[in-house]
Design a protein around this ligand. Structure first.
Ligand code: NAI
Ligand code: MG
Length: 484
């Protein structure tokens, strides 16, 4: 099967404004996770390609890209956003096929990418320095400047959204970027390069080198010509990236997932909460850094809520991405075996309900039925580890203090949500929970590009999205003039 929507090469790197085969001529298979079939080849970039991409980005900083005024950078990003929207059907089909996510969810990712480009396009000329009152005879002011060359290593679960929030913000500040997408899903990263080219970005501003993490990824994170690395992915690899960056003494932004809880108190509006409670766990088949994999429920409403959650689970349908059901497959056989391994470790738990894998799901696809587990102790492996699949655990609690202790009882701290109509409890719990984002009577707030996002603890550090990202992708210079 070929992918008719493609309009750019898939087996090349995009370096210095040109499509180039990887220096070693090697490729990797491109798999459709809905069928398990190989549908093409992607470039297996290596250190040589990363060297070429970093050289191109370095040259871009002192070339045409580096000379563009901020508003022109913003205009290019805005133009790119409009081009993304003009390709919405193609991009959604490509992403659905490559990642396995249901078409509607893939389409939402395209729209999010366009929003990031619009937002950061609009912000590019609105990042101001300060003047600082100081000793008489001095005038002191600050300048926000780009780091230089930024490296972006991204995962396969939300390629377009993560490219938008990290590369989009880095470009707005004037950095030149080298992007290493995940080997499991790099087609929309290549589309990003094709659209940037169409939009008229100067050569070298955006470079994309697909390849394995241990090859192209490691080469990028270790490169001495890179001045900032942003990474989204697993905790162990995040540690490797930070170690590599430490050797070059460059800053990193790490977004490493979580075990995000929703706390449902006895006075919550359960009708309002119910769709969020489930969707936040099963969206993208649970392969979401900010997935809500723990439902903490007050004991007085536990049984009735569990019944309603179970009914929703039984209605969930899983199938090929293009059938656009509730869930698609997992990304790979490997990810499926990780999730199946966790489910095996949860055999002692009460399986409250499962969704159904559709008859139309090809046997070679990586399908897992969404699973709701009940009566889970907070220290159980399934209540502590990031599973990264469509599995939610329900944990009862007796009072607010215990709920917060359970919420804070993992190594992670990415997001959390609080369901209660008590204003005082909303404020108390929002302060007490350790996480980068807290939602009150919702989950995710529609994913707004405006909202700073990132974790604490093993969820990582640094913030992406919103204006906050622009500070992370820039460095501050203080200028003090003595004039008497
Ligand atoms: P991973 O962390 O290995 O891969 C993410 C990215 O890092 C990919 O682009 C990969 O090529 C790259 N990479 C891998 N090893 C590298 C290295 N040594 N140096 C530089 N780059 C490297 O994650 P993977 O294997 O895809 O998934 C494993 C688990 O990680 C998942 O089960 C999930 O728990 C977690 N994960 C979390 C994500 C999130 O959104 N926070 C996204 C993807 C995975
Ligand atoms: Mg890995």
């Amino acid at each position: 099967m070929t992918l008719a929507a493609l309009w750019y090469p898939t087996d090349k790197c995009f370096i210095d404004g040109r499509w180039q085969p990887p220096a070693n001529g090697k490729t990797l298979p491109l798999e459709n996770p809905s069928t398990g079939q190989v549908i093409g080849q992607i470039a297996r970039g290596s250190k040589d390609d990363i060297d070429a991409a970093v050289a191109a980005a370095t040259a871009a900083r002192t070339g045409d890209w580096g000379h563009l005024p901020a508003f022109e950078r913003g205009r290019l990003l805005g133009h790119m956003g409009r081009l993304v929207l003009s390709h919405v059907d193609q991009l959604a089909e490509i992403e659905a096929t490559d990642v396995g996510k249901p078409l509607k969810q893939a389409r939402a990712d395209v729209l999010a990418l366009a929003r990031y480009l619009e937002f950061y396009g609009g912000a590019a000329d609105k990042i101001m320095g300060e003047t600082i009152p100081y000793l008489n005879g001095y005038t002191v002011y600050t300048l926000r400047e780009p780091h230089g060359v930024t490296g972006h290593i991204i995962p396969w679960n939300y390629p377009m959204q993560i490219i938008g929030r990290s590369v989009g913000a880095a470009l707005a500040m004037g950095n030149a970027c080298v992007l290493k997408p995940a080997e499991e899903a790099c087609l929309t990263a290549l589309a990003f390069a094709a659209i940037a080219d169409e939009a008229g970005f100067p050569r070298g501003a955006i470079n994309v080198v697909p390849g394995l993490g241990t090859e192209a990824g490691a080469a990028l994170s270790e490169h001495s010509g890179v001045q900032h690395i942003s990474f989204t992915g697993s905790v162990p690899v995040g540690g490797l990236i930070q170690t590599a960056a430490a050797r070059n003494v460059v800053p990193v932004t790490l977004e490493l997932g979580g075990k995000s809880p929703q706390l449902v108190f006895e006075d919550a509006d359960l009708d309002a909460a119910l769709p969020y409670l489930v969707n936040a766990g099963i969206q993208n088949a649970g392969q979401t850094c900010s997935a809500s994999s723990r439902l903490l429920v007050h004991r007085s409403i536990h049984d009735q809520l569990l019944d309603r959650l179970a009914a929703r689970y039984r209605a969930l349908r899983v199938g090929p991405a293009m059938s656009d059901l509730d869930l698609g497959p997992l990304i790979s056989a490997n990810q499926k075996s990780i999730v199946a391994g966790y489910l095996a470790k949860g055999r002692d738990l009460e399986c409250a309900a499962k969704g159904e894998i559709s008859q139309s799901a090809p046997t070679g696809g990586h399908y897992i039925a969404p699973t709701l587990l009940a009566g889970v102790a907070p220290d159980h492996t399934l209540a502590r580890d990031e599973i990264f699949g469509p599995v939610q655990v329900v944990i009862p609690f007796d009072d607010e203090e215990q709920a917060i202790a359970i919420a804070n009882g993992t190594d992670f701290g990415l997001v959390a949500s609080i369901w209660t109509n008590s204003g005082a409890r909303q404020m108390r719990a929002a302060k007490a929970i350790r996480a980068g984002q807290i939602f009150i009577n919702n989950y995710g707030a529609g994913g707004g590009v405006e909202l700073p996002f990132g974790g604490i603890g093993k969820s990582g550090h640094g913030r992406e999205k919103g204006f906050e990202a622009l500070y992370g992708f820039s460095t501050l210079k203080t200028i003090a003039a003595l004039h008497n």
